[in-house]
Write a protein that binds this ligand. Structure first.
Ligand code: 6PG
Length: 398
């Protein structure tokens, strides 16, 4: 368990001179800290050796300097400059790039989000970019199959580290296309699934046998094929309202001992070992959608909150809050396929307006990994990542 004064440790990965690779490791540096913003080009995990993990070599210079306490507590303050009001109709063709908007590959400005808002008529919400720096590795694989192997490698590594440190591994899964990639974990003989505790970063409030259930999707693809004791898979209780479901789910999390799910900081946030997130084309993660009050929820909102009118069906959901996601040790964002190219480019290369791109608020304590394939990475200009400009690369102008 980390203490408030313990900085997150540096990420370590193999560095090769092999240029025949499309893997990029970049670190999200604090705005203005140009000296720490250089991307590092590295090789992907050795895909042929995914089932026999090999020792990683020399460390790259990637350091997160802010304490996790700073990350967690920053979610509770309400800076007045970060209000998501965009005067409606002012930029009919999209938000200018100077304001965080971005250009489409066609050259035209991206249209406004089709989620509720933005507009002067929406409830003003306070969003805060956590002040902590975080290591970010961006891994680009040739195919979704290779990406699934890379994801299995990341998860297996985190599982081993957690089990060695505290005897258990807690992981939160998302729904959507991500679950298909989990299938690659089934073949891992080096993972002690009996020590796993599986949660859901978000869940649709439907029956567990429904085709919409994130639990069912994960069970079909992965959970039913590995020896995780069923009592260690936290499922929603059926037949409740979204609000009751959220409360009941948080209760199950609270029932996990602090040895399994350590609490952290003054807010006693749960520290999950790993959270796996998909990302929607609008930048949502879990069920935290753009410009929504759930996305702005502070640490005191509870660990799990209801969403009753989700822009993505089904409308009733529960979700971990952003402070809980950010209290996790490690988060992997998995975005594969051409349909994700635009949001990937926007998230990694353009500062959006506060709250407009929830994935940009993700700042886990010990590292963030983006897993991409060549199709979802196609709009990135990684060649310019060495220009020493700090991330985000465009300025928010008020
Ligand atoms: C859900 C998810 C959601 C999902 C993204 C990406 O329950 O809907 O948890 O956050 O991960 O929408 O989904 P796709 O990868 O299917 O686009």
């Amino acid at each position: 368990m980390r203490s408030a004064s313990t900085p997150s440790h540096a990420s370590t990965q193999t560095r090769r001179t092999n240029t025949n690779t499309n893997t990029v490791a970049a670190r999200v540096a604090k705005k203005g800290d140009a000296s720490q913003s250089e991307p590092v080009f590295t090789s992907p995990p050795d895909l042929e050796a995914l089932n026999s993990p090999k020792e990683h070599g020399s460390a790259t210079a990637a350091t997160a300097t802010k304490s996790s306490a700073s990350s967690a507590s920053s979610t509770t303050k309400k800076p007045s400059q970060n209000i998501n009001i965009i005067p409606i109709g002012r930029w009919a063709d999209g938000i200018p790039s100077a304001m965080g908007g971005h250009y489409l590959p066609s050259g035209s400005l991206a249209p406004l989000s089709n989620s509720k808002g933005p507009g002067i008529d929406i409830e003003p919400l306070y969003f805060d970019y956590p002040s902590s720096e975080v290591d970010t590795r961006v891994l680009v694989y040739d195919t979704p199959y290779a990406a699934a192997g890379g994801l299995a490698e990341e998860v297996a590594g985190a599982s081993k580290a957690a089990i060695a440190a505290k005897g258990s591994f807690t992981i939160a899964l998302s729904g959507g296309s991500l679950v298909k990639s989990l299938n690659a974990l089934v073949a891992r003989t080096d993972v002690d699934f009996s020590k796993w505790y599986v949660l859901f970063s978000d869940e649709r409030v439907v029956s567990l046998s429904s085709a919409d259930s994130n639990y069912k999707a994960a069970a079909d693809e992965f959970l039913s094929k590995v020896p995780i004791p069923s009592s260690q898979i936290l499922k929603i209780k059926e037949g409740l309202t979204a609000s009751q479901t959220a409360e009941h789910y948080a209760g199950q999390m609270l029932d996990l001992s602090e040895e399994i799910l350590p609490r952290f900081g003054a807010e006693k946030l749960p520290v999950l070992d790993m959270v796996l997130l998909g990302v929607g084309p609008d930048g949502h993660v879990a069920s935290l959608f753009p410009n929504r009050k759930e996305t702005a929820a502070c640490a005191d909102a509870g660990w799990v909150i209801p969403v009753v009118d989700s822009p993505k069906p089904p409308s009733a959901r529960i979700t971990l809050t952003m402070p809980v996601i950010n209290a996790a040790k490690k988060v992997v964002v998995c975005a594969l396929g051409e349909g994700k190219a635009e949001v990937v480019q926007r998230a990694l290369e353009v500062q959006s307006l506060p709250g407009a791109l929830p994935v940009q608020l993700v700042r886990p304590q010990e590292g963030l990994v983006w897993m991409l394939d060549t199709k979802s990475a196609q709009a990135l200009s990684t060649g310019t990542w060495e220009d020493k400009k700090a991330y985000p690369r465009s300025e928010f102008a008020s």
